[in-house]
Unconditional design. Sequence first.
Length: 201
Amino acid sequence: MHIYDHLLKNPLHGPIVQNNIDRPELYSNGKKHVVAIIRSENRRNGIYEGFRLIGGEKKIIENIQNEIIIKPNCNTDDPFPRNSHHETIRVIAENLINAGLPPDKICVGDSSGRYRGFPTRNTIEEMGIKRVADDLGINVAYFEEEEWVTVKPPGAKSWPNGVKIPNRIYEADRIIFTPVIRPHRTPYFTINMKLRAKKGT
């Protein structure tokens, strides 16, 4: 909690930046998004099948100049299913690499939760994600340790002063979310998609 309290009292500097142009929808059928639902006892096979059904990995890595961020749910260091499974990160990253994307163009990153997650560096290591990143040669980001920027989305009345996001997220060409489905005490419904994300893919 002392890290969380420190961030509250000393918020990260976030200079205002221009809104990014909306990224084109990679997987769509006309105006409809493509969604794949897979039941599998094998995590690797299930993820492979998901990529295949939505249209493959090649679309994701086209025209990448900066990074593709894999954004897990690392709220605490509790194991799956409370947070993203480290092998999910491995399989996604391997798919991107096998499709032709250099490992240094891939980054896995998050900012953990206030109760038992900070520092994120420890949480990502405890969850096994740091080991996966080291094995594959991909980058790791602990967002509370990095630079942030302030984005002012047009028409966002609830955030008149803008929304702060990690600059690494702002600069990324693509963001791949790996949420988990779990109960949550804050929303008015349960079994929600739990992922602390502030920016679209």
